[in-house]
Design a protein around this ligand. Structure first.
Ligand code: GRG
Length: 298
């Protein structure tokens, strides 16, 4: 994969992840059929697969076996899929469009969507615990702990709780940042760190650098998401734009304006690349990914 340009490499990663997920998810022919159909519907055939790309990019830095990153990527996308299914439910964002198709609860029903999210989350942890990801079992256990923290009340789910609580409230910039570091950033950070941990042991200084990179691209991802929400349309995004503004939720564009938010994303891009400055060409994909995350149009 090293001779490929970024676009070809990202397609390659997306293809690997799609096949891994298609194989690892329960067949829709197996009972309970409707639940398995909903799980596959939520995860397969869509999404930019940014988090797997980050895991593969970090794995290149630590010399990880790609087969291990396939498992990490699948787990990360299962959690991401569950978070989107639950986020779209009427009790949360109440959305009808996701990845250009009806949301899971619209296509199936609310109870099935709720269960599909639950089962996707369990499957992610099953994969991480039943496949070899590190030579040292103690390290693998730490990877699973890291991932659980990223998904739970001190990570993504906690960020979602802060988000729900913020409706109609004038958050300050640090408060908004704290929300997104948890809601969106925690899983992005876990993707990078798990990808790196699949390879040979790294010096703690190098891991800290990767972590700083991940925090910057995680936040930049959200800032750009807010800009796209203002500037793009549902056909391009595959989801309903402007929902946060309509719901009275604070965003980077409401606090900084669109030009200010774009400037901020540019600053985060610079910081992300600075964090990688000590690495050689093995970090090229991570550098390219930072550019992609800030310059993407969907
Ligand atoms: C329900 C526990 C729980 C958490 C939900 C991440 C999240 C928390 C909700 C997603 C809502 C949302 C639209 C957040 C903005 C940033 C974001 C995560 C966008 C979706 O991620 P992409 O753009 O999606 O990577 P694709 O479809 O490309 O995979």
């Amino acid at each position: 994969m090293s001779g490929l340009d970024f676009a070809a490499w990202s397609r390659e990663v997306a293809g690997r992840v799609e096949s891994a997920l298609a194989n690892l998810l329960p067949s829709s022919k197996v009972a309970p059929v409707r639940l398995h159909e909903a799980m596959r519907y939520a995860v397969l055939g869509g999404g930019k697969r940014v988090r797997p790309m980050l895991a593969f990019g970090a794995g290149l830095v630590s010399g990880a076996n790609p087969d291990r990153i396939d498992v990490v990527s699948a787990a990360v996308e299962l959690i991401h899929g569950y978070s989107l299914v639950h986020d779209d439910l009427p009790c949360m964002d109440d959305d009808v469009l996701r990845r250009g198709k009806p949301t899971c609860h619209v296509q199936f029903d609310e109870a099935t969507a709720l269960l599909a999210g639950d089962a996707l989350q369990s499957l992610a942890f099953q994969l991480l615990s039943e496949n070899r990801l590190a030579d040292d079992p103690a390290r693998q256990l730490r990877m699973i702990q890291l991932f659980a923290t990223a998904c739970g009340s001190r990570g993504m789910a906690g960020g979602q709780a802060i988000d729900l609580d913020a409706v109609g409230k004038p958050l300050t910039l640090p408060e908004l940042e704290n929300m997104h570091i948890h809601k969106t950033g925690a899983l992005i950070r876990a993707s990078v760190l798990l990808g790196a941990h699949c390879g040979g042991p790294m010096a703690s200084e190098s891991l800290d650098r990767l972590d700083r990179y991940a925090k910057c691209v995680g936040l930049a991802f959200q800032v750009v998401d807010d800009v796209l929400d203002e500037e793009s349309d549902s056909a391009t995004l595959g989801k309903t734009p402007g929902k946060d503004r309509q719901a009275g939720k604070p965003t980077y564009t409401s606090l900084l304006g669109v030009p200010g938010a774009k400037r901020f994303a540019g600053e985060l891009l610079g910081e992300a690349k600075e964090a990688l400055s000590a690495f050689d060409e093995r970090a090229t994909r991570l550098r390219e990914l930072a550019d992609y995350i800030v310059r993407r149009d969907r």
